[in-house]
Design a binder for this molecule. Structure first.
Ligand SMILES: Cc1cc2nc3c(=O)[nH]c(=O)nc-3n(C[C@H](O)[C@H](O)[C@H](O)COP(=O)(O)O)c2cc1C
Length: 188
């Protein structure tokens, strides 16, 4: 058994929908999972992150970057960083935003560099974009490679907002991350 934490921020609930879908996929892989909204920085958060075998980071894209509360979490992680307490845990990232692009890539890049500062092992999105084979399934609809991307309309979060195909891909992304973590933990 391996344990995974999803550390995310969501201002209006859209990124949280994706976080929950990723958690579904992680569970399907056979790992246990807990979700933490990092808008609340408390001892339980750091304790859970310290014990996890893998951490998936998630933030909406605000002004072409992670949201301010997620950045506050990044900065607050300087304490585990000093001890390199997350070294060799697996890591991955996801973001949701209003635009099809909306500069989501910059958010994932910020997360990837953040994970590298913690000496973590980055797991990519890993789903072949269905746009390339025209199967109409919408898997990895936004053709992201570095991490998972989702898009939402400027309406309340729901079963179809963020985009339903992006939600379905999030489940597969979580499953991939869980399987990778199981392999990593077994090898150790
Ligand atoms: C302060 C702010 C900045 C935003 N900047 C971007 C942006 O750079 N690119 C984009 O595509 N959407 C942007 N949006 C739209 C959000 O990404 C979108 O509403 C998203 O669904 C919010 O996710 P959340 O509900 O998890 O907070 C921005 C929204 C806000 C409130």
């Amino acid at each position: 058994m391996a344990h995974i934490c999803i550390a995310y921020h969501s201002g209006f609930g859209h990124t949280e929908v994706i976080a929950k879908k990723i958690a579904e996929g992680v569970k399907a892989s056979g790992c246990s999972v807990d979700l933490h909204n990092v808008a609340e920085l408390n001892d339980a958060l750091w304790e859970h992150l310290g014990k996890a075998d893998g951490i998936i980071f998630g933030s909406p894209t605000y002004m072409a970057n992670v949201s301010a509360p997620f950045k506050a979490f990044m900065d607050a992680s300087s304490k585990p960083w000093f001890g390199q307490l997350w070294k060799d845990k697996l890591a991955a990232g996801f973001t949701n935003s209003g635009g099809a692009s909306g500069d989501k890539m910059l958010t994932l890049q910020a997360m990837g560099a953040f994970a590298a500062q913690h000496s973590m092992i980055w797991v990519s999105q890993g789903l072949w974009p269905s746009a390339y084979n025209g199967d109409g399934k919408g898997t990895n609809r936004l053709s992201s490679w570095l991490g998972h991307m989702a898009q939402s309309a400027n309406e309340a979060a729901s079963e179809t907002n963020p985009n339903a195909e992006d939600q379905a891909s999030a489940v597969l992304f979580g499953e991939r991350f869980g399987k990778a973590t199981l392999r990593w933990v077994k090898g150790a």
